[in-house]
Design a protein around this ligand. Structure first.
Ligand SMILES: Nc1ncnc2c1ncn2[C@@H]1O[C@H](COP(=O)(O)OP(=O)(O)OP(=O)(O)O)[C@@H](O)[C@H]1O
Length: 269
């Protein structure tokens, strides 16, 4: 298939129904190259379900998902893998692959297209971005939860670096990439995702629970509640304290930190 100048990953009027339960209802959303979209919402709202639909892991009951205006199900899996990288919420691997082996799995779509040198370079670069170079030779199953999380991020990043590492539009879908990470690594992971979007024209989506980090790193926000897209747009326009308080059933206020000029959200029950 031909590469197009402006590629999009777009969900239109998506419904997901499993065993007569509606997990998503009439959701339309589009990822924008160069931008990181944060997805917020309570537990069980349908955020991971949306990510699975966008990645092609789940087929919508109604509605369409298109990549470059072509329905997702028509893409061959290797062509899809060249264009979008996914970091799922949990990844179990029983076999004692090293951390580097796991990251290298992200290069399989490019194995025959790139020289081993380029593939190795992409792996090392992603490991450096995810701060796991010191873990490279350790067996993946014995790593801590947060270390495994960073290895999975590096696997997704090395895939989204693409063919030659130049500026191709890619899609990077991250399901709670900061879960289980210490605070410094939470910031490092989100900074790496944002950098990937900005500098490589990647369209990113990250499911997050921390409002302050969402406000700090995301260009736009989608709020999902009860399987419905409640709001979608520029970060501070969407992250209105009144709406957030209503969605999360607690009192949420917003102020601006005078030193950094960044918004600060405080929540109380
Ligand atoms: N395969 C499935 N069959 C039946 N119900 C499912 C299935 N997958 C998800 N669900 C249900 O759909 C709802 C949404 O799940 P989802 O994982 O998308 O929520 P989420 O917003 O990502 O939540 P969290 O913040 O807790 O990760 C939940 O009630 C979940 O139990």
């Amino acid at each position: 298939m031909q590469k197009e100048a402006h590629v999009t990953l777009k969900a239109t009027a998506i419904d997901i129904e499993i065993s007569s339960v509606k997990l998503l209802q009439n959701v339309s959303i589009e990822l924008t190259p160069g931008k990181l979209l944060g997805v917020l919402g309570p537990n069980g709202a349908g955020k991971s379900t949306l990510l699975k639909v966008l990645s092609g892991d789940l087929t919508p009951t109604n509605g369409t998902i298109t990549l470059d205006d072509i329905p997702l199900h028509k893409w061959a899996s290797i062509e899809l893998a060249k264009r979008r990288a996914v970091m799922p919420q949990a990844s179990q691997l029983a076999f004692p692959f090293s951390a580097r082996d796991v990251v290298s799995m992200g290069r399989w779509p490019f194995e025959k297209l790139c020289t081993p040198f380029i593939n190795r370079l992409a792996v090392e670069k992603a490991m450096s971005l995810a701060d796991i170079k010191h873990l490279a030779d350790r067996p993946y199953p014995v790593l801590s939860g947060g270390e495994k999380q960073r290895v999975q991020l590096a696997r997704a990043l090395t895939q989204s670096i693409g063919l030659t590492g130049d500026t191709e539009t890619k899609f990077l879908l991250l399901d709670e990439p900061t879960a289980g990470l210490d605070i410094a690594h939470q910031h490092a992971v989100l900074a790496a995702a944002k950098k990937q979007c900005k500098e490589r024209n990647t369209a990113g989506l990250a499911i997050l629970h921390d409002l302050n980090q969402a406000a700090q790193y995301c260009d736009s926000i989608a709020i999902i509640s009860n399987g419905t897209l409640i709001s979608n747009g520029p970060t501070l326009e969407v992250m209105e304290p009144e709406l957030l308080s209503d969605i999360f059933s607690c009192s949420i206020s917003r102020s601006i930190d005078s030193a950094s000029s960044t918004p600060v959200f405080i929540s109380t029950i």
